[in-house]
Design a protein around this ligand. Structure first.
Ligand code: 5GP
Ligand code: ZN
Length: 104
């Protein structure tokens, strides 16, 4: 499958992970829309959050989101899952946007 986030998870582009756990990784968005703009991505492929059913993977994903929010924001942030092309999703591998701070 030709999935850019699967390749990032596999380390193919040398993307720096700012945090990771058993089931998810976090890295900075290449086109930041806020002072802090970090993507939190499950290691296993699913196309969006509605398709991610595994409870352990969901739990680890949210655990990493909480840890990124604690470590990279002042505790105030927005969490966004674009799901589906009509709703702005452009990369069809589940990912959470953690956004904080003024728009850049
Ligand atoms: P979506 O619009 O699907 O919710 O968000 C996809 C996000 O992935 C966009 O904000 C885009 O800037 C980011 N992105 C796309 N390709 C890459 C990449 O190769 N590296 C990184 N770090 N971010 C990417
Ligand atoms: Zn993928």
């Amino acid at each position: 499958m030709d999935c850019i986030f699967c390749k990032i998870v596999a380390g193919e582009f040398g993307t720096e992970f700012v945090a990771e756990n058993q089931h998810a990784v976090a890295f900075r968005d290449i086109n930041p829309l806020a002072k802090v703009h970090i993507l939190v991505v499950p290691r296993n492929h699913s196309s969006n959050i509605a398709e991610l059913e595994d409870v352990e993977e969901l739990s680890e994903l949210f655990s990493l989101i909480r840890s990124v929010a604690a470590d990279f924001t002042d505790g105030q942030f927005r969490l966004q899952f674009n799901s589906g092309e009509k709703e702005g999703q452009t990369v069809f591998h589940t990912h959470a946007h953690v956004l904080s701070g003024r728009a850049v």
